[in-house]
Ligand binder design. Structure first.
Ligand code: GNR
Ligand code: NI
Length: 167
């Protein structure tokens, strides 16, 4: 296992579109294991491969209280969306800043597991927020893209300020 480096905004590599996974081999399982290690250590509740500079459609998440419900989605597709929720989001690629984002309340997601087996999940609430956030990363989108230009610039200034303070 290995902890991977998380890319931070405004790294242009965060804008890369991930390619579908075609081969479900040991290398993929190693990537997933390393992504979990990196996510739990951060600590975070989700991580997209894009954030660790691997441009394949792989995401991991665990929003359980005891960090004991790992979820891996390979090649995820949203089949259905329903309702609206607003949730305060953060992102490991934007350390220390948070903003309310509006997303679907419920999603039906088709994906593959690490063995390539097709799965379909109905997810709602905070985990649905997390999965939508991670799926955005896989197409090069980040949470501040959902905000108004005004809110975004305020938040990005705050991010810069935090960086200068910790430097
Ligand atoms: O750790 C994370 N927390 C979080 C909180 C609210 C909404 C989304 C997230 S995902 C984030 C980890 C991350 O950056 N994943 O891409
Ligand atoms: Ni993120």
């Amino acid at each position: 296992m290995a902890r991977l480096t998380i890319l931070e905004y405004p790294d242009p590599r965060l804008r890369t579109k991930a390619q579908p996974v075609a081969v479900f081999d040991a290398e993929l399982k190693q990537l997933v294991a390393d992504m979990f290690e990196t996510m739990y250590a951060a600590p975070g509740v989700g991580l997209a491969a894009t954030q660790v500079n691997v441009h394949r459609q792989v995401l991991v998440a665990d929003m359980s209280e005891n960090s004991d419900q790992p979820l891996v989605l390979i090649n995820p597709r949203i089949l259905e969306k329903d309702g609206i929720q607003v949730y305060q989001e953060g992102c490991l690629s934007f350390p220390g800043i948070f903003a309310d984002v509006e997303r679907a309340l419920k999603i039906k997601v088709a994906a593959q597991d690490v063995d390539g087996k097709e799965i379909v999940l109905d997810i709602e609430g905070p985990l649905a927020v997390c999965i939508q956030h991670e799926m955005d990363h896989l197409v090069g989108k980040v949470f501040v893209d959902h905000l108004s230009a005004f809110k975004r610039s305020l938040l990005l200034k705050r991010l810069e300020k935090k960086r200068k303070q910790s430097a």
